[in-house]
Design a protein around this ligand. Sequence first.
Ligand code: SF4
Length: 135
Amino acid sequence: MNYETVLTTCTYCGCGCGLLLEVLDGEVVGTLPQKDHVINEGGACIKGWNAHEFIYHEGRLKHPLIRKDNSFKEASWEEALEVVVTCLKKIKEENGPDSIAGLTSARCTNEENYVFQKWMRAVIGTNNVDHCARL
Ligand code: SF4
């Protein structure tokens, strides 16, 4: 039996609590809050304590999905990103950058949210950026 803990950041909200995933024989079986983490100092809310449960959930999406003929088809990341790029370029060319808005998620880290708003402003060219916590 091989047991180890792996340091990670909780993905459930933007607080960014430090968690230790308990890994038994290569399978994540539990979560512990990191004692000396600057944010949570050994605590975690109920979501953090159970953060490992979605890893092997049967309903978890593991691949991008592209809508075709009123149903979703599994696709590679390259195919999915090509669709996104093509559609965003077309919308921007036809209607301008302010016709595009970006909504990000409290389930991303602060760093991911920062990169997203930067990308919207610098690449798309709009300030239309918001976050699910304000919806
Ligand atoms: S443990 Fe709770 S408060 Fe901390 S990041 Fe996760 S969801 Fe947010």
